[in-house]
Design a protein around this ligand. Structure first.
Ligand SMILES: [Zn+2]
Length: 430
């Protein structure tokens, strides 16, 4: 199957300047060639005309939870979780996200169904179960009356409890057995959990090093849920390569992040406001804790982290942390592009969801589930994952916050959305 995208003004995932009026030649699911100037229209099975649009790589959301519905797992059977996860995957793809990094949950079966073409969805870089210490951010017990074996989240494997280096090695290796492309740790307190104040340090240095070692032996890395400077310094020392949230970063931590080239996935989470139709912001779950007040205020307005990320030019990736509910995803996933524009600028924000993510995903090396093509960039050898966008999001990233501005969505050379007017109306030839 040969497909041509003609008249493509395209963003390659990195350079602000668009390539103009190119022909993108696709064979099966890969970009074989990019031609500037005239191109013969013969010998193509499909031709799409990108005149009037900006072509960009399929978007990458580097922090989602396809199958983890937070407290919902306490009131759902696993078959319902699986069906909802399939729906979540479809919604994400139809928003333009052709690749996601899953930050924890039972994803093995969902990913397999997507990759085998049973259900539509993005490529998935799975962490599988996220690993937490007892009484950590991922200790999913619904109340203090529950024992560990009573927790549906822990029993399902969405959350794995590990204490001590030996248990950590076993937990990490178990996720690798299930095909984890990276290991996810809960390395500090959080908002959406009830029994671990935000300031708590979680996992000793020795425990985190065990996870980093297990991952490194398989050629991959550890990503960690983390908020406070003290937790970030310890995780950096252990060799964690991707900080999720990193909301309360201070200058000293920013220097460490810069020196070690750690990725930051800021997850603005709608700037602290849940979209209409979504649930209460997760922090509403937390019982009042005066020690957390300062952090809650900072999380609503992460001025310091934004300033430090920009000043130290820290490597960032786009991540939304969606997965709490279908409504939340439908309303909110693209909306975070507004927050990225505001915090990091349009071009940096767009790179964070394309060429930046390309670099991050390379850290999975031999655990990369999709080694046949490049992800997040448009060049020879990339997967044929691309979008037609009305306007240029490298100039104004807020364009991507409106789903209607995405006129065509292609993943693996197959078209999942096509709102380009038919030929004669100035659109695609076929
Ligand atoms: Zn998360």
């Amino acid at each position: 199957m040969r497909t041509l995208i003609r008249h493509a003004d395209f963003f390659d995932g990195k350079n602000k300047r668009l390539h103009e009026q190119a022909g993108i030649v696709i064979e099966d699911n890969l970009i074989r060639e990019i031609i500037s100037g005239d191109i013969s229209l013969e010998n193509f099975d499909n031709i799409y005309d990108a005149q009037g649009y900006t072509v960009i790589p399929g978007l990458v959301d580097a922090h989602v939870h396809l199958s983890w519905h937070s407290t919902d797992l306490d009131r759902m059977r696993l078959d319902e979780v699986a069906v909802r996860a399939a729906k979540v995957a479809e919604i994400m793809l139809l928003k333009g996200f052709t690749t996601v990094r899953d930050a924890g949950g039972v994803t093995y079966g969902v990913k397999k169904c997507i990759d085998n073409g049973i259900i539509p969805g993005p490529r998935v870089f799975p962490s599988n179960g996220y690993i937490s210490q007892t009484s950590g951010h991922g200790d999913g017990r619904g109340s203090r009356a529950q024992s560990v074996d009573m927790s549906p989240r822990i029993r399902s494997g969405a959350c794995v409890i590990a204490d001590g280096a030996a248990e950590m090695l076993k937990a990490a290796r178990e996720q690798l057995f299930l095909g984890a492309s990276q290991i996810k740790l809960m390395a500090g307190g959080g908002f959406s959990s009830r029994y671990d104040p935000i300031r708590t340090l979680q996992f000793t240095l020795e425990e985190m090093r065990a996870a980093v070692d297990a991952a490194a032996d398989f050629g991959t890395y550890v990503m960690a849920h983390i908020y406070t400077p003290a937790a970030m310094r310890r995780a950096a020392q252990a060799g964690v390569r991707s900080f999720e949230h990193a909301t309360f970063m201070d200058e000293e931590t920013a220097r460490v992040i810069q020196a070690q080239g750690i990725w930051v996935c800021p997850c603005p989470q709608f700037d602290g406001e849940a979209p209409k139709g979504g649930p209460e912001p997760p922090r509403a779950l937390k019982p009042p804790n005066p020690f957390d007040d300062e952090y809650i205020a900072m999380s609503r307005n992460p001025v310091q982290a934004t300033e430090l990320i920009n000043r130290f030019d820290l490597p960032i990736v786009f991540g939304t942390d969606v997965g709490f509910s279908l409504e939340f995803i439908a309303a909110g996933q693209l909306r975070d592009f507004r927050a990225y524009k505001k915090r990091f600028g349009s071009h940096n924000g767009l790179v964070s969801a394309t060429g930046g993510a390309h670099e991050l995903l390379k850290l999975s090396t031999s655990q990369n589930p999709y080694p046949q093509g490049k992800i997040g960039v448009l060049e020879t050898g990339s997967f044929a994952d691309l979008l037609f966008v009305r306007g240029n999001p490298a100039e104004d990233l807020a364009i991507l916050a409106e789903p209607d501005n995405i006129a065509l969505i292609m993943k693996d050379g197959a078209v999942y959305k096509n709102a380009v007017p038919a030929p004669g109306e100035g659109g695609a030839l076929s």
